[in-house]
Design a protein around this ligand. Structure first.
Ligand code: GLN
Length: 233
């Protein structure tokens, strides 16, 4: 607990498995673009934090229910979320894509009729899928974590998923047996932000933004991103 002379210690939640943004390295340390950014910003801004990895849905709800101070989890900045969160400066561009198993015969969204689509609870990808569900006539099944969801599609229990393009591409590059159907034209563009509860933790948010501006300016941010996503990919 912080007193006047000690550095603040914040509770920050994250998605337990969301490479290349949040994941565990072989020593079980949390790494990834989000984690490296947060670590660097905390160091520069003079705060410490307790990281709490969980499902994405739980990570965001922990903040709205005051069990955590902030969330960094490849979280898309949306108008709906702005009602309940204050977001940092956007730190990464993303977009929503759909993917099927590598050998799938599915060619278009119309092929999803009557089939089951796997979506991740509480995500913008899930929201997008639900917005076109009637039109294409598919059923949905929910997952809390991306790894289990991918396995369900690869196993053929479900035929497709909707999610963040850079995350799907990173997993595929690292061996996940899926293929992205619309790599060139994501359904929706989006940006990731660090979030605190609306009207709460203004100091933490200001520190994040200040630190982020610094690491953006001096090249540290680019170095972090390139460490996970080299340009040759
Ligand atoms: N970017 C998506 C969202 O904000 C997914 C985040 C995630 O699964 N960690 O809903």
């Amino acid at each position: 607990t912080a007193t006047a002379d000690t550095t603040p210690n914040y509770v920050i939640t994250t998605d337990a498995t969301y490479p290349p943004f949040d994941f565990q390295d072989k020593n079980n340390q949390y790494v990834g673009i989000d984690q490296d950014i947060l670590k660097e910003i905390a160091k520069r801004e003079g705060f410490t934090y307790t990281l709490k990895p969980m499902s994405f849905n739980a990570a965001t709800q922990s903040v709205t229910s005051d069990q955590a101070d902030g969330v960094i989890a490849g979280m898309s900045i949306t108008d709906e979320r702005r009602q309940v969160f204050d977001f940092s400066t956007p730190y990464y561009k993303s977009g929503i894509a759909w993917a099927v198993s590598k050998d799938s015969k599915v060619k278009s969204l119309d092929d999803l009729r009557g089939k089951t689509v796997a979506i991740k609870t509480g995500t913008s990808g899930a929201n997008y899928a639900l917005s076109v569900q009637k039109k294409y006539g598919f059923k949905v099944t929910y997952f809390n974590d991306s790894e289990t969801l991918y396995r369900d599609v690869i196993n053929g229990n479900s035929v497709a998923t909707f999610g963040d393009l850079p995350v799907l591409q990173y997993s595929i590059k690292n061996g996940t047996q899926l293929k992205v159907m619309n790599p060139k034209d994501p359904f929706e563009a989006g940006e990731y932000g660090f979030a605190v509860k609306k009207g709460g933790n203004a100091k933490l948010l200001a520190s994040f933004n200040e630190g982020f501006a610094e690491i953006k300016k001096d090249g540290t941010y680019d170095k972090i991103v390139n460490k996970y996503l080299d340009a040759s990919a």
